[in-house]
Design a protein around this ligand. Sequence first.
Ligand code: SAT
Ligand code: MN
Length: 590
Amino acid sequence: MYTNNQAVLTWIDKMAALTKPDKIVWINGSEEQLEELRQEAYKTGELIKLNGEELPGCVYHRSALNDVARVEDRTFICCEKKEDAGPTNNWMDPAQMHKMLDEIYDGSMKGRTMYVIPYSMSIVGSPFAKYGIELTDSIYVVVSMAIMTRVGLDVYDALGDSPDFIKGLHAKADLDAEKRYIVHFPQENTIMSVNSGYGGNVLLGKKCFALRIASCLGRDEGWMAEHMLILGVEFPNGEIHYISAAFPSACGKTNLAMLIPPEGYQKAGYKVWTVGDDIAWIRPGPDGRLWAVNPENGFFGVAPGTSMKSNPNAMLSTRKNTIFTNVVLKPDGTVWWEGMDKNPPKGALNWKGEPWDPADGSKGAHPNSRFTAPARNCPCLSKEYDNPQGVPLDAMLFGGRRAKTAPLVYQSRDWNHGVFLGATVASETTAAATGAVGVVRRDPMSMRPFIGYHVADYWQHWIDMGRDPRVTKLPKIFHVNWFRTDDEGHFLWPGFGDNMRVLEWILKRCAGEVDAVETPIGYMPRPEDINLAGIEDEVSEDTLKELLTIDKDVWKAEAADIRTFFDQVGEGKLPKELSDCLETLENNLK
Ligand code: SAT
Ligand code: MN
């Protein structure tokens, strides 16, 4: 026992009485204790030690076959009133949900150990910091939380006697998909997760706390919890400007956050620094600007497609002390996944643990297989990463996967119109959640699965932040789309490092250094203002024009679809600012 905090002790007693573990182990965050746990997990097969020379400190983990992604249909927001959860969340009465969950949890840790993990989201003691305790019966969760969050006894010191911490209970139980629940009780600051052992379902600091619960805290306390990467662009004169960007899961946040500028930019002295790749907590700073921190401490990145070519910084981040989940395990104790290189290994095991023959056409790694890597491994980690005040934002980006419709980049006319761009983001679904892949759905601010309350109230909160008297200089808001295709389905834009060319235009707009064209949807670049030096062969002037074209008929259909969406989810709460923006769009397209 490392604390006398009565709220902590009483809650742990209660959860232990419910789940009935054989023993309770208090995690202190020390490498010694984590190593003991890894050794224990090697014996049971929960973890597999990887090649210590090639991948020092790295381990391999396989999840159950039915447990490979977030389960949005089994994720609940149990606030007091159904109308506060809104149409994008599942809801159940809190008392009824507790009763149902208690039956599932009852005795679920018999024969197992309960680990008590004290963790901080953001730097302990920072004005952004929020504390949590996760109880779990999974060593995979303990070692993952130790990478993804700041785990340590200083959390108890920071907490003192306060009951102000987020309670998280996770039990693997039988991994029964029919009884799998990821449940949030915003009014009780409580998260309960059962019958899963995978990623965002069980690393409760991540989506459950840092987005769903934190979005409620942000609404109440006047700040924002967003599904955004944070990066800094360093200019040749040494100035660094910060951008946050929201894209849905598995749409390239990690790649953009770790971007390596094209050669011409490198030679000129441009650099990109990573602050975060998934979540941003944003609040007004003393200078009237919005400041952002990454509350996490590691990267839970999608493995397939990550290579020394597509994202060398991510690859280098995984060379030590990393957990690989559901990728291919090679006979030499290293790992592989589709898109790492063109040489699928022979004699390897696929993500299911079966001997795998690449020639049979099956995938070796699960499409949502992941690496869990310490942020500190990242060669381009920002020197502001540990700054408890965060970094000031010049620009915020929204985007998704859109084959047509959205141009490469456009800028909102003002903050409220920027909120409209975020609110109406649409994207093709990916393997990050169970369900169909490639279906276009509206994903407001890329937060649809992560907003802990009514989506229209969340939009209202965005509007309110824009007129908060504490904020005197707002970031500019842009929409980007790296995924536009031609009629044959080929991507028109090379993406990856070349996205720097778009970031340059965005930051020039923020600095008032470049003009733009006013269009029905917002400000778009003049083609000559996007620097194509070095990629003229790949992106012709015509291609660039196509990337910056908006088809009026397609956009009329888009506006109609937005209206349907607003009608579906607004429930009488749609902020007037957003319906005004839609009307303007409709009029502009006439
Ligand atoms: O599984 S997670 O929710 O943590 C990853 C993601 O979907 O973005
Ligand atoms: Mn994410």
